[in-house]
Design a protein around this ligand. Structure first.
Ligand SMILES: [Zn+2]
Length: 292
C-alpha cells in the first residue's frame, strides 16, 4: 500500500527535504514530471490551477495521475492549485485529488479565514484524508513573464496573522507570502536577477504555527534561498513558470527539428525532454538526491 501525501510530507519534514510541486496542463508536462521523479526515486506532486484543470478536465487529470500511481506503485500526488471557490474545491475532492489549495487570499483577512474554515469542514466530510492548504498575504498571480515586479509581492505575511489563521481554520498546510511571487519579471527570466526569500520570516511562521508550509512562485529564486527555505520550514515548493518556458522552447525545437514531420508522438518528445531537465534539476535541489 503506497504512502499517503500526509505520510510523505511528514517523512520529508523529518528528512529535511521538500516535495517538488509542478503544474501540468497536458500529457507532455505530466510525462516529463513523472519521468524526472522516477529517475531520482523521489515523491512528487503535480498540480493544476482552475484554468489548467478546465483545459485537461478535472476527472481526466485525476484518472491520468491515478493510473501512474497504480501501475507503477509510485508516490505521485495530485493537487488542485489555487482554487478560488468552494464548488471548485468540492469538484476536485470528489474527483480524488489528494490536496486542494483553497485560495481566497485576495479577500480581506477575516473573510478569507471564515470561508477557509468552512471549506476545511466541507472538504473533510467528502475526503477525510485530503490535505487542505490555505493562503494568506499576496504572492501575485499568473505564472507568466511580467514587465514589472508586482507591488503585491511586497505584502508579506505576518507571524500573528499566520498563527491566528492556522489555529482558526485547521488547514494542514499554509502558503505564506515570504518574498517569492508568481511569474517572473523579464530580468529574472533572462537570468539577470533572482528572487530572494525572507528566511527569518519563514522560520518565525513555522515556529508559531507548526504546520506544513508551501512556497509558491518559486521559479527564478536563488538556489541557495530555496535550500535555506527548506531548512527554515518549507515542505512543498511550487515551480510553474520555469516549466512553461521549457515546454515552449522544447516544442519549438521539436517543430524546427522535424520540419517534414506530422506525427505528434515524434515532435513532442523534444518538449518532454526539455521540461524533464528542469524538473530533474529542481528535484535534485529540493531533495539533495543525485548531487553527490
Ligand atoms: Zn501558486
Amino acid at each position: 500500500m503506497a504512502m499517503t501525501l500526509r505520510e510523505i510530507l511528514t517523512r520529508a519534514q523529518a528528512d529535511g527535504v521538500a516535495i517538488g510541486h509542478f503544474n501540468v496542463s497536458d500529457l507532455v508536462l505530466l510525462k516529463a514530471v513523472f519521468a524526472a521523479a522516477r529517475q531520482l526515486q523521489v515523491p512528487v506532486i503535480v498540480g493544476a490551477s482552475e484554468a489548467e484543470r478546465a483545459f485537461v478536465g478535472v476527472r481526466q487529470l485525476a484518472a491520468w495521475v491515478r493510473s501512474l500511481r497504480e501501475e507503477f506503485d509510485y508516490p505521485i500526488f495530485l493537487n488542485a492549485d489555487h482554487t478560488h471557490s468552494l464548488a471548485g474545491a468540492v469538484e476536485a475532492a470528489r474527483a480524488g485529488f489528494d490536496s486542494v489549495v483553497f485560495d481566497l487570499s485576495a479577500l480581506p483577512f477575516a473573510e478569507n479565514l471564515q470561508q477557509t474554515q468552512r471549506a476545511v469542514e466541507t472538504l473533510r466530510s467528502i475526503s477525510p484524508a485530503i490535505i487542505i492548504e490555505g493562503e494568506i498575504g499576496n504572492i501575485g498571480s499568473g505564472s507568466e513573464i511580467h514587465d514589472n515586479v508586482p507591488a503585491s509581492a511586497l505584502d508579506l505575511t505576518s507571524v500573528g496573522d499566520a498563527k491566528h489563521f492556522v489555529e482558526s481554520t485547521g488547514v494542514d498546510v499554509l502558503a505564506p507570502a515570504v518574498g517569492s511571487s508568481h511569474g517572473m519579471t523579464r530580468s529574472v527570466a533572462d537570468g539577470h536577477a533572482r528572487k530572494h526569500l525572507d528566511l527569518a520570516r519563514i522560520r518565525d511562521i513555522k515556529a508559531a504555527t507548526n504546520v506544513f508550509m508551501t512556497l509558491h512562485g518559486a521559479s527564478g529564486t536563488q538556489d541557495e534561498d530555496l535550500t535555506n527555505s527548506i531548512r527554515a520550514g518549507i515542505n512543498i515548493i511550487h515551480i510553474n513558470t520555469e516549466l512553461r518556458i521549457a515546454w515552449k522552447q522544447g516544442l519549438l525545437n521539436g517543430l524546427a527539428r522535424a520540419d517534414h514531420e506530422l506525427a505528434a508522438y515524434k515532435i513532442l518528445p523534444a518538449a518532454v525532454d526539455s521540461v524533464q531537465a528542469v524538473v530533474s534539476a529542481r528535484l535534485r535541489l529540493f531533495t539533495g538526491r543525485g548531487q553527490e
